[in-house]
Write a protein that binds this ligand. Structure first.
Ligand SMILES: [Zn+2]
Ligand SMILES: [Zn+2]
Length: 371
């Protein structure tokens, strides 16, 4: 879902060599035009407002601007570039014009986002799964539909703010006198007052609830992945819409397989005889057992790949491999007969064995960064 980002200078409608004052002027004009308070419910305006805020937050910072000029949008992915959020657009706006967005606006507010972690099996993390999740959250009170007023009664308009939820006062800012808008202290920004509070929610408009939701766990998740379930967070006050639910996953370890990126690593223990003579060996994979052929003379640390038995990529679905690392298990105890046979093989001449390619070469191969 890559979206094409417009050039920041183009967004603000300024030349590439625009002076800080020009940037500020352009930003101020556009932010005014697209501010959510003037474009209630207009998604396109909201996007514009974000875009403008993002462009200004980068271009107004000399270091970020320099990097943007050099690297373009990709410079943003650099660790010290700083993450732009919707909030910072508002903060910039507040800095210019005073007032806070949370303090005004009489419409029902959106509820908070919720975060939960879900325990899943190793196999579910590989293949994905459908799960039901019990979400404890605040829901709109069913008795008063979130108004907080007892059923049969209605809240009345706050006389102090006339229902707007806002009070305005003149304030000095860097641009001279501006109107500062704050939440009405009497109705706390709601715009209405309740005389007879709803008994069920005690006037809060919200009740504790549990919602069971069905969640699709994507194939290939790990502990770092977050899945957003839109509109399943807490309900907003006064019947406001729900926030979002963010799910993360705790993956149970597998007894024999360890995930490494898109690959699964398996330590394949073999006997000295199997290593020397070769064998066809049954090994576990995430989708059941399979056989691998061990050639005669297999060295410890040798890697046998089972293609396509790794972890699917979250976006492409392409699976990595299972990497079997051979470990030759030397018997700690031998029977009298085995001892005799080993003695017959000889080779105890008090010198190190001559090797062409040592164990450490295999290790180096295995741990070399694979791209
Ligand atoms: Zn209620
Ligand atoms: Zn009021």
């Amino acid at each position: 879902m890559a979206t094409v980002k417009r050039d920041y200078y183009e967004v603000l409608g300024v030349k590439r060599d625009a002076k800080p004052e020009e940037l500020k002027r352009a930003y101020r004009k556009l932010a005014m035009e697209f501010h959510p308070d003037r474009n209630q419910g207009d998604k396109a305006a909201e996007e514009k407002f974000k875009e403008v805020g993002e462009a200004y937050s980068v271009l107004s910072d000399p270091q970020k601007r320099q990097r943007y000029d050099a690297y373009g949008h990709s410079g943003q992915q650099m660790p010290d570039f700083g993450q732009f959020s919707f909030d910072s657009a508002f903060d910039l706006f507040d800095m210019f014009f005073g007032g806070g967005r949370r303090a005004h606006g009489s419409g029902p507010q959106r509820g908070s986002d919720l975060r939960m972690s879900v325990d899943i099996t190793f196999e579910e993390s590989i293949f994905g799964a459908k799960r039901t999740v019990d979400v404890p959250r605040a829901d709109t009170c069913p008795d008063c539909a979130g108004s907080g007023a007892a059923p049969g009664t209605t809240p009345h308009t706050c006389p102090d703010c006339g229902g707007s939820g806002q009070v305005r006062r003149a304030m000095q800012s860097i641009f001279g006198q501006v109107m500062n808008v704050t939440a009405c202290p009497r109705c706390r920004g709601i715009g209405r007052l309740v005389d007879d509070p709803c008994a069920r929610c005690r006037g809060r408009g919200l009740v504790e609830a549990r919602k069971t939701i069905e969640v699709a766990i994507p194939a290939g998740v790990d502990g770092d992945v977050q899945v957003r379930v839109s509109g399943e967070g807490e309900a907003g006050p006064q019947g406001g819409p729900h926030g979002d639910l963010y799910l993360s996953f705790r993956v149970a370890p597998h007894p024999q397989l360890i995930r490494r990126g898109q690959d699964l690593v398996y330590e394949l223990p073999v006997s000295v005889t199997q290593a020397v003579l070769g064998d066809r060996i049954t090994v576990p994979t995430v989708s059941g057992e399979t056989e691998v052929d061990l050639s005669a003379g297999t060295q410890p640390g040798r890697v046998v790949k089972i293609a396509g038995q790794g972890v699917p990529h979250l976006r492409t679905g392409r699976r990595g491999d299972q990497i079997c690392v051979v470990r030759v298990v030397v018997p700690a105890h031998v029977s009298a007969k085995e001892r005799k046979l080993y003695e017959e093989l000889g080779g105890r001449d008090g010198k190190p064995v001559e090797v062409r390619r040592g164990f450490f070469d295999h290790l180096r191969d295995f741990f070399a960064p694979a791209e």
